[in-house]
Write a protein that binds this ligand. Structure first.
Ligand code: SAM
Length: 214
């Protein structure tokens, strides 16, 4: 949860705006995306690859975990957030962040003291540029590198067909161009005729995927 005064500041600053939290947690306002189902997010997903269209929200708030975030990761988060934010991206963290080569322009900031003996937090508000560019279609470093195989179309997303219970490729990016339901039928009929599933669905290529499975 945000410290109460921080939550209040956000509510006042962005009253009436469509707001999204890419590290949603248990925030009490806006649309929450989170990778942890225990938070019961509105959208279950990964902040490294926000599943939203350009300008989907007015304001996007980033409150990532405090450890293990390097400069490239921060830039990637800002880049992805600025793509889906029409007006502002907000950074709330113990580390100050530079807009760098992202489409963000620094606007204003607060230094936040959350106790008598503590690491301070910063709130930085960035304006998003109208001429912004999308995040890299291919990741060369950071946690999102695991998504390269799907972004490159090497393999489909691991959707599961509800009726057959078998994994099917995303459509139309993966597989042979058929709809998932059609391919699911193909797979299940080949299974029932005794063929091994691995023969009809090759395992994902490990190429450039040190991040492992989802
Ligand atoms: C610092 S907390 C955010 C707290 C939130 N501002 C609130 O008011 O509750 C970080 C949250 O980010 C989530 N998270 C961590 N990695 C993530 C990722 N890659 N994508 C989306 N959410 C992630 C965690 O599950 C956790 O809920």
């Amino acid at each position: 949860m945000f410290p109460p005064r921080v939550a209040r500041l956000f509510r006042e600053e962005f009253a009436g705006k469509r707001t999204c939290h890419l590290f949603g947690g248990f925030s009490t306002f806006g649309v929450r995306l989170d990778i942890d189902p225990a938070t019961k997010p509105h959208v279950f997903g990964d902040a490294w690859l926000p599943p939203f269209v350009r300008d989907a929200f007015d304001v996007v708030i980033l409150d990532p975990p405090y450890i293990g975030i390097n400069q490239q990761m921060k830039q990637q988060l800002l880049r992805g957030a600025s793509w889906i934010a029409r007006e502002h991206v907000v950074w709330f963290h113990t580390q100050w962040i530079a807009a760098g080569t992202t489409s963000c322009v620094f606007d204003r900031a607060w230094l936040v003291r959350v106790g008598d003996s503590c690491a301070v937090r910063c709130i930085q508000v960035f304006r998003t540029s109208a001429t912004k560019t999308n995040g890299k279609p291919f990741f060369t470093r950071g946690p999102a590198i695991r998504y390269n195989r799907w972004l490159a179309g090497q393999t489909g997303l691991p959707f599961r067909d509800g009726s057959t219970g078998v994994d099917v490729d995303a459509w139309p990016a993966g597989g042979n161009g058929q709809a998932p339901s059609q391919r699911a039928k193909d797979v299940s009929s080949s299974s029932s005729s005794g063929s091994d599933r691995s023969t009809s669905h090759s395992p994902p290529s490990p190429t450039r995927d040190p991040g492992g499975d989802l």
